[in-house]
Design a protein around this ligand. Structure first.
Ligand code: SAM
Length: 284
């Protein structure tokens, strides 16, 4: 029953009949596409409808050979999501390519979002002249590897708590020939003192709780360091987030200048993920 890569078939008619006209639009944009794997949101669908949708996805996309369904929210300290098999080849191992880099990983064991592709390219472009970069919450290393590809002379320290993700990051470093990424398995909170005044740039892609790591960012930053902080906020709460960053600076004898903000994606009906780029100035 698995569909063969490279062959496509149009299931649009079947899908229209099974899910109704309205479903078609969301079908084309509404699933996560991780190379050979698509992950659908099954909310409101029967198992039979899921299967029809999955056949449509595989039939209309040459690269997708497996369809999984979200089994709950992204949760826990490792930020992973349960998934279950729906259709196609039975695997949870994704091979995903992005901006000339390749990643292999088990979607059940680590966080990965293709929706951050633009951010990774943006930051890699900004980091071209950096000497030292810290990527906190590095996952399997997509930010770090992307930066390392563009800037071969930089040293990029990539810190990740999840053992599986960190082990996989070592594989991705080898696969993508980026030995200038240094994977560090552990908790950012326990790295204090190790990278003081080290970083020209710090990436903080843990939107749920990144603001509780401002002490660590401030310690790791050199004077002039640029921080990219990702955070979930209520739709109109950007100023609150910026005020919080400035407050932290005020109480810790450094100053910040906000350089840029951008909405990364909608997170829920009331919340968005935002990135704030800011520059740290430390007293001499
Ligand atoms: C939202 S994911 C981002 C992963 C990766 N940067 C990416 O873009 O694919 C956050 C990651 O932070 C890790 N993490 C959570 N708390 C951490 C901590 N205190 N120290 C180090 N890593 C942590 C999780 O295991 C998870 O892999």
């Amino acid at each position: 029953m698995g569909a063969k890569p490279g062959k496509t078939r149009d299931y649009t008619g079947e899908l229209k009949r099974a899910l109704g006209e309205d479903a078609l639009h969301s079908v084309d944009t509404g699933y996560d596409h991780l190379g050979n794997i698509a992950v659908i949101d099954p909310t409101g669908m029967t198992r039979a409808q899921e299967k029809i949708l999955a056949r449509h996805i595989i039939g209309s996309n040459r690269t997708i050979t497996t369809v999984l369904a979200k089994g709950g929210p992204v949760e826990g300290i490792y930020r992973v999501r349960k998934v279950r098999y729906v259709f196609g080849k039975r695997t949870s191992i994704a091979r995903y390519r992005e901006h000339g880099c390749t990643y292999d990983f088990d979607v059940r064991k680590t966080f990965f979002s293709a929706r951050l592709a633009y951010e990774r390219a943006r930051i890699a472009e900004l980091a071209k002249q950096d000497k030292h970069v810290v990527v906190m919450f590095a996952g399997i290393g997509p930010f770090a590897i992307q930066i390392a590809k563009r800037n071969k002379s930089a040293k990029i320290v990539a810190i990740e708590l999840n053992r599986y993700a960190c082990r996989q990051m070592r594989e991705e470093i080898r696969l993508n020939k980026t030995p200038n990424v240094v994977p560090v398995q552990g908790n950012v909170k326990k790295m204090r003192g190790k990278y003081d005044n080290f970083a020209d740039r710090i990436v903080m892609p843990l939107p749920k709780t990144s603001t509780s790591f401002l002490d660590e960012a401030c310690e790791m930053a050199r004077n002039g360091c640029v921080v990219h902080l990702y955070s979930f906020i209520n739709l109109d709460a950007l100023q609150l987030l910026i005020d919080g960053i400035k407050d932290h600076a005020k109480h810790n004898s450094y100053s910040v200048k906000v350089l840029f903000t951008r909405t990364v994606r909608n997170y829920s009906a009331k919340e968005i993920e935002i990135v704030v780029d800011y520059k740290i100035s430390k007293p001499r």
